[in-house]
Design a protein around this ligand. Sequence first.
Ligand SMILES: [Mg+2]
Ligand SMILES: [Zn+2]
Length: 181
Amino acid sequence: MIARAVFLDRDGVLMEDANYVGQIERVRVIPGAAAALRQLREAGFKLFVVTNQSGVGRGYFPREAVDQIHEHLAQHDIRPDRYYICPHHPEDGCDCRKPKPKFFFEAAREYGVDLAHSYMIGDRPSDILAGQNAGCRTILVLTGVGRETLARNEVRPDHVASDITAAVEWILTRNASCSQA
Ligand SMILES: [Mg+2]
Ligand SMILES: [Zn+2]
């Protein structure tokens, strides 16, 4: 069976982007994020967080701190099927840092995801480009640095939404009209 997925950026989408968050004390969950993920799951979507955590590669915090933050998010009912984490420094030239689509293709292989019927939600140009490079529909949210991204006008998402709640509403509305057609 073919699965559909929603790929999500973490910082600025699920929790506030506060510049290299490496301690759970600094985590601020964006209101509505847990409920939005629950709605997507109930609609049958797989949920994957794809996150660039160059704070590791820059030596700001250890790799384990990233896992601790994800355990903390789980306590706030944010439990994606999987986290895909790029820990590298932007200058490492790795093959997994967004806008590279490597993790999307990995998820597609491992979970049988149909990327053309899947979505990427993010707040930076690299999120939108990664989703497009993977062949997904893309949604720019205006939380995090989304307003700056919109103002820079460098990327063309399929949709712009005020936050994750509005983004998920748009996905589920499209979804409903597709299955009726
Ligand atoms: Mg972000
Ligand atoms: Zn990487």
